[in-house]
Design a binder for this molecule. Structure first.
Ligand SMILES: NC(=O)c1ccc[n+]([C@@H]2O[C@H](COP(=O)([O-])OP(=O)(O)OC[C@H]3O[C@@H](n4cnc5c(N)ncnc54)[C@H](O)[C@@H]3O)[C@@H](O)[C@H]2O)c1
Length: 452
């Protein structure tokens, strides 16, 4: 399918680069930020891709109405608003962009932790209301503390990286084995609960992590601890958190996400009455709240969009045009060298190394990463050959390339010495350059998947 035949429906507004770059890449893009879920369902059969933030849940019913859908791209990190298992049965690719906001989440988590430790929000409010309380606002230091991270994926790793330089011990717990790295030592949950002074959650919201932080879980910690939650509100039982704040088992909490927020993350309550536990959080000076904005920075707005563009392009083009552009050489096409007696040499290689030689040398066949047939030619040339000229060297390399004409023009612009003009044969286009040390290099753009 060529990109213009691939129709993408955008149902949330994002950084304009997302739409612009997909447009430039040739995809057909439509936006519909207003229609209801039912209205989108009525037309989704026309689309191959959908780009969504968090407007509604993509469930079985929705997917059944989307027979042509090839991908769902979520401009964010978590995919819990999508029925991923059902999408997989329909071969729909899921694209998320945690690379785009992991730094933001890590900095926000650190900001919350340092604000809690240094009582910045509380002290600021007191001064504004005329109170100059120094002793009451004495802070804690991160130096020497143990920070426990649960969920050591994109966000967890990024947070651990930020903690480098604080002289804190960083532990991580994850259901996957061997995810620890130089920034965090992987331990059992029990060890984390024994040692941690700080707990930072970076887990997805799954049936296993739903209500994970409840009274029993909190009481399993050996020491009183600070809690940071930037993962999902429903990972924590707020009523149990409140009890622990009251008892002193939890020393303070930084909550970017709340049990009560709606799936869209755009609103908090639909009920009229504020739950009692939430009312306590609102009044507690041990708590810092933010409205699900840990991953929400000016920089991540752009990075999320760019990550989505790159991944969609990767899905259809294999690699982004930018990467291809930089790659230029896609393999070794041949190795040619001068010989006193090419025939005797070919025979020697056939006898002792089993090379399947013919009059030209030996052709090695292989498949590239796209599964295409390729070949590399090995050939001894008579020592008086002028095929290597103007180079005086004993050998010449041949590189497989793409878009040779364009490449030769670029190389000329870059001041590389190009020898002669491009020549076309039925097995491909050929061009020649000299490298820095005067070695002649043959550039070969195979016609199709042909071999030499
Ligand atoms: N507040 C925000 O603005 C914001 C922004 C981005 C991501 N998030 C949230 O952060 C969380 C982590 O995102 P991510 O991109 O790092 O995900 P990820 O998939 O890269 O990493 C999550 C890690 O948690 C581990 N895990 C899963 N279940 C577990 C369990 N029961 N116990 C221990 N570990 C478990 C996984 O193995 C994985 O290593 C998600 O909930 C995501 O939605 C929030």
């Amino acid at each position: 399918m060529i990109p213009k035949d691939i129709k993408i429906l955008h149902i949330d507004s994002n950084n304009p680069l997302l739409m612009n770059q997909l447009q430039e890449a040739g995809f057909t893009n439509h936006e519909d930020f207003k229609s209801s879920k039912e209205e989108i369902e009525a037309k989704i059969q026309d689309y191959h891709g959908i780009v969504i933030r968090s407007r509604f849940k993509i469930d079985k019913n929705f997917l059944n109405k989307a027979p042509n859908l090839q991908f769902i791209a979520r401009v964010g990190a978590g995919l819990e608003s999508i029925d991923c298992d059902y999408a997989a049965t329909k071969n729909i690719r899921l694209i998320a962009a945690p690379e785009g906001n992991r730094n933001a989440v890590a900095e926000h988590s650190l900001g919350m932790l340092l604000s809690l430790f240094n009582k910045l929000n509380q002290a600021d409010q007191e001064i504004r209301s005329g109170h100059w309380n120094r002793e009451k606002n004495r802070g804690h230091e991160l130096d020497g503390k143990t920070v426990g991270i649960i969920g050591y994926g994109n966000m967890g790793k990024s947070f651990a990286k930020k903690l480098r330089g604080f002289d804190a011990e960083v532990l991580c717990y994850d259901i996957l084995e061997n995810v620890g790295d130089a920034n965090a030592r992987q331990v059992s949950l029990q060890e984390l609960q024994e040692k941690a002074d700080v707990l930072s959650l970076h887990i997805p919201w799954t049936p296993e992590t739903d209500k994970l932080v409840n009274a029993a879980f909190i009481n399993a910690f050996a020491k009183p601890f600070w809690l940071i939650n930037t993962s999902r509100g429903k990972n924590v039982v707020t009523a149990d958190l409140v009890e622990a704040l009251k008892s002193g088992k939890i020393l303070g909490a930084g909550l970017d996400v709340l049990e009560y927020e709606k799936l869209s993350f755009e609103t908090l309550f639909e009920e009229d009455k504020v739950p009692d536990a939430f009312q306590y959080l609102l009044e507690s000076d041990k708590v810092i709240l933010s409205p699900h904005i840990a991953g929400w920075t000016f920089e991540s707005h752009e990075k999320l969009a760019q990550t989505i563009v790159d991944k969609i392009k990767q899905l259809y083009f294999g690699e982004t045009p930018e990467v291809k552009e930089q790659k230029r050489v896609t393999g070794i096409g041949g190795f040619f060298f001068k010989s006193e007696d090419p025939k005797a040499l070919r025979d020697w290689y056939r006898k002792h190394l089993g090379l399947d030689t013919n009059d030209y040398g030996c052709t090695f066949r292989w498949k590239n990463e796209k599964g295409e047939d390729c070949s590399t030619q090995w050939s001894p040339f008579k020592s008086d050959t002028n095929y290597f000229s103007p180079s005086e060297k004993q050998f010449m390399q041949n590189f497989r390339v793409e878009k040779l004409q364009e490449l030769l023009a670029k190389l000329k612009e870059e001041g590389v010495q190009v020898i002669g003009e491009m020549e076309s044969y039925d097995y491909g286009n050929f061009g020649w350059i000299l490298d820095l040390e005067g070695n002649k290099i043959e550039l070969w753009e195979p016609m199709d998947e042909t071999v030499l």
